[in-house]
Structures are given as C-alpha cells and as structure tokens.
Design a protein around this ligand. Structure first.
Ligand code: AMP
Length: 297
C-alpha cells in the first residue's frame, strides 16, 4: 500500500490505471474502526483499486467543536487500511486541500442541509457545506468509479447523493450498514472520548432506536418516537434531536406512507456528540401476529 500527500501524486499514481481498472474511494477522517474497515473490505471485494482518503476536514467542524482533539493515529490507520485491502492512501496536509486563496464552496440547498445536523441551532448548514466541498474535491482528485459511505451518517449520504446527481459526478455511491459494538453502540471515532460511565450511558441511543423500531409497526411514528424518548430519558440522555424523516428527502414524516423512514438521533454523552439512526423499510412493517392465528394458517 502506498501513501501519497498531494493531488499531483494521486493523479500520477492513478492516471495509467484509469479505464482498465475500477477505482474505489473510501473517504475517512481516520481513527479507523470496524465501520471504516467494512467499507474498505466491500471496496476490496468489488473493485480493482482501493483508495482511502485520510483527512480530518477542518471546514466541517464548527467553532467550539472537537477539531483539535479529534483522535489521530496515522501509523495505526495505515496498518489497518493495508490489512483491509487498501492499495493507496491519500493523506494530504490541510494546505494541499485548502491552499491560500481557495474561495469556492459547494452548498447543497433545501431541506437536506437545513434539518437534523444542518439545523442552525445544531451543527448548522456550514457543516454540510464543509462536507460537500471536501467530498467534491476528493471526487475530482481521485475520480473514483465507486465511492463508499456508511449509513451511520445518513444525512451525509443524502447530501452527497444529491450533489452527485446535481453536479453530474460520474461516480456510483455505495452505502453500507451501520457497524455496531456488541452492546449496540454504533462505532464511531468519537467513542474514544467516552469514559466507562458515559460508554454505558451511550448505549441508550441504539436502545432507543431499537424501541422505536419495535413500536412503529403497531403504534405508528408518534408512538415510536415516544418509546425512544422514554429509553433516552431513563438513561439520563437529553437528545439534541430525535426525529422521523423521509429517508430520501428528509422531509418530516408523521404517518407511515409506504416510503422508507429514517429515525435519527443525536445527543451529547460524556462530552462526545454521538449520532445514530435506524431505517424503517415499508417491507419490515408487519404487525406482529398472535401465535394461535399463525398456527391456523
Ligand atoms: P468518518 O471517518 O467518521 O468521516 O467516517 C468515514 C466513513 O465511515 C463515513 O462514510 C461514515 O459514514 C462511515 N462510518 C463511520 N462509522 C461507521 C459505522 N459505525 N458503520 C458504518 N460506517 C461507518
């Protein structure tokens, strides 16, 4: 596996291989865990060349967020990426991505960036401006055929899909399921901030989503959100948001109408801002049947 630092080197390495090989890109901010590795392994299984970007993108962090203390361990990341089948890691310094005079940003407009994490009272729309801009730059530098993202950041996926469609990026977006710890906590580089007590408390997010998932078929969305809220409250977790939204366009959903619904939660636990979500597919919504009814069928 080779590591490069400049756009020119990425182009020089990939140029001769383009066309004859399918190129995969897995964008990451490092501090790799099994969630990242699942993307790398899928890319390895499906593509000829696996490129991972390793860049803690300052423009997607707001003032007062954890940019300075975000976990960084490049040596470990390179070892894990190689073990998961990476061919090339692009780990540029900040000045390579944002050289002096850089004045262009990508903004995906509308509901997609105005709700949930993009709500001005939460991380705000600047967050997705930072994400869209850096992902557009990664796509232009690497020019992948396929790019891999995690469902963990469901809103990010919706924003990137929109950007790819609107700006005609010739890239296919693949989205992989959330990888969780044994007790349900969604893997995240930020879990490293949790002390043992907060680590235990943090399981409330996935437990709350589990309660919502269990309740939604029989009780509908309002009851599902209530069930989730009770679990959070019992654990002493105050959600920044807990909402049900159309999984594709992120408009509000009050009733199940046959379209996939995203139930998403964000909360600060022990100094770490955590997010998690569950996707309710219409096909999953079968009201539980009584055993005696089943027996007579
Ligand atoms: P990050 O390094 O946090 O920017 O994440 C890089 C990629 O890994 C993004 O596409 C994330 O959605 C994905 N990812 C992060 N955590 C998980 C997880 N627990 N399961 C699956 N994918 C994840």
């Amino acid at each position: 596996m080779t590591t490069v630092r400049t756009v020119a080197d990425v182009r020089r390495m990939l140029g001769p291989l383009r066309g004859a090989s399918t190129i995969a890109l897995v964008p990451t901010m490092g501090a790799l865990h099994e969630g990242h590795l699942s993307l790398l392994r899928a890319a390895r299984a499906e593509c000829d060349l696996v490129v991972m970007s390793l860049f803690v993108n300052p423009t997607q962090f707001g003032p007062g967020e954890d940019l300075d203390r975000y976990p960084r361990d490049e040596e470990r990341d390179l070892r894990l990426a190689a073990e998961a089948g990476g061919d090339l890691v692009w780990a540029p310094p900040v000045e390579e991505v944002y050289p002096e005079g850089c004045a262009t940003e990508i903004e995906v407009g509308g509901v997609l960036t105005a709700v949930l994490d993009g709500d001005p009272s939460r991380r705000g729309p600047e967050h997705f401006r930072g994400v869209a801009t850096v992902v557009a730059k990664l796509f232009n530098s690497v020019q992948p055929d396929v790019a891999y993202f995690g469902q963990k950041d469901a809103q990010q996926v919706a924003v990137i899909r929109r950007m790819v469609a609107d700006l005609d990026f010739p890239v296919r977006i693949e989205v992989l399921p959330i990888v969780r710890e044994a007790d349900g906590l969604a893997m995240s580089s930020r879990n490293a901030y949790l002390d043992p007590r907060a680590r235990e408390q943090a399981t409330a997010l996935s437990r709350a989503l589990g309660a919502a998932e269990k309740t939604v078929a029989a009780g509908g969305i309002a009851a599902a959100l209530d069930a989730a809220r009770s679990v959070l409250s019992a654990a002493g977790v105050e959600p920044e948001y807990l909402e049900a939204r159309d999984a594709e366009d992120l408009t509000t959903v009050e009733e199940l109408d046959g379209r996939p619904v995203l139930i998403a939660v964000a909360a600060e636990v022990g100094g770490a801002r955590l997010i998690d979500n569950v996707l309710i597919q219409p096909g999953d919504l079968q009201t539980p049947q009584r055993a005696d009814t089943e027996a007579t069928i």
